[in-house]
Design a protein around this ligand. Structure first.
Ligand code: PEP
Length: 251
């Protein structure tokens, strides 16, 4: 069965509730006819507003992290139950900004992933190399470690509920996109690592996105690659017009 493309906006730490309301109202009619899956991953404080505004539409709402613990003394963390109660569907895990600024590791991503899956949230697990790692020809070693560490110990069923996002760190927010060949090559490699961990059949079913300065201009070329199943969109998801053009890349 063909893998359904999934376009997910990552708003990062942008958009107050008032701004979120405006953006979503503008976005709704622009993406309503797509066959692709549409997700917006918003700040925690926008979740309830976003879920309410997206009710009855084809836009799903995601968070940008979740705690590994169920509850308790974990100041500033947000639990899976809290997200689910608000109607959250997806959750981004292991984004490079979390790894870079907040000490996330493959082990913490794996712990968060297991909790998310056990609770019924749909995770988007991010992996990606830095520029230095790419220049030192370490891309495959880094990606293999992140995929194996991040996905360690999950079941086959859980794997199929998980989306992977390949996001080269050097392409995030820089305007520097990986070429479609670079993205395809690395995503194909991610699929081969998953095939070794699980089976080739399962690896062929998992959706793997590209992320890193994806925008209305480059989306078509990237999405033409056989292994690229969608995108995580940062900057371009903050404007309804741009994000909708990415979502509607196949129109
Ligand atoms: C991201 O934040 O995951 C991302 C891909 O950002 P940008 O599109 O701005 O590079």
């Amino acid at each position: 069965m063909a893998r359904k493309p999934i376009i997910a906006g990552n708003w990062k730490m942008n958009m107050t509730r008032v701004q979120a309301t405006e953006l979503i109202e503008e976005l709704k009619p622009l993406v309503k006819d797509t066959k692709n899956e549409v997700v917006i991953c918003v700040p925690y404080t926008d979740l309830d507003v976003a879920v309410k505004l997206c009710e009855g539409t084809n836009i799903k709402v995601g968070a940008q992290n979740v705690a590994w613990a169920e509850k308790g003394a974990f100041t500033a963390e947000i639990s899976a139950d809290m997200l689910l109660e608000l109607g959250t569907t997806y959750v981004i895990l292991g984004h490079s900004e979390r790894r870079q600024y907040f000490g996330e590791t493959d082990a913490s991503v794996n712990a968060r992933l297991k909790t998310a899956l056990a609770k019924g949230l749909k995770p988007i697990v991010c992996v990606g190399e830095t520029l230095e790692q790419r220049e030192k020809n370490r891309t495959k070693t880094v990606i293999r470690k992140q995929v194996m560490g991040g996905l360690a110990g999950i079941s086959e069923e859980d794997l199929l509920n998980t989306v992977i996002a390949y996001e080269p760190v050097w392409a995030i927010g820089t305007g520097k996109t990986a070429t479609s060949e670079q993205a395809e090559e690395t995503i194909k490699f991610v699929r081969s690592v998953i095939a070794k961990m699980f089976t080739r059949k399962l690896a062929n079913k998992v959706r793997i996105q590209y992320g890193g300065s994806m925008n209305p201009k480059n989306v078509k070329e990237l999405m033409a690659m056989p292994n690229i199943d969608g995108g995580i969109i940062g900057g371009a998801s903050l404007k309804a017009g741009d994000f909708s053009l990415v979502v509607n890349y196949d129109k």
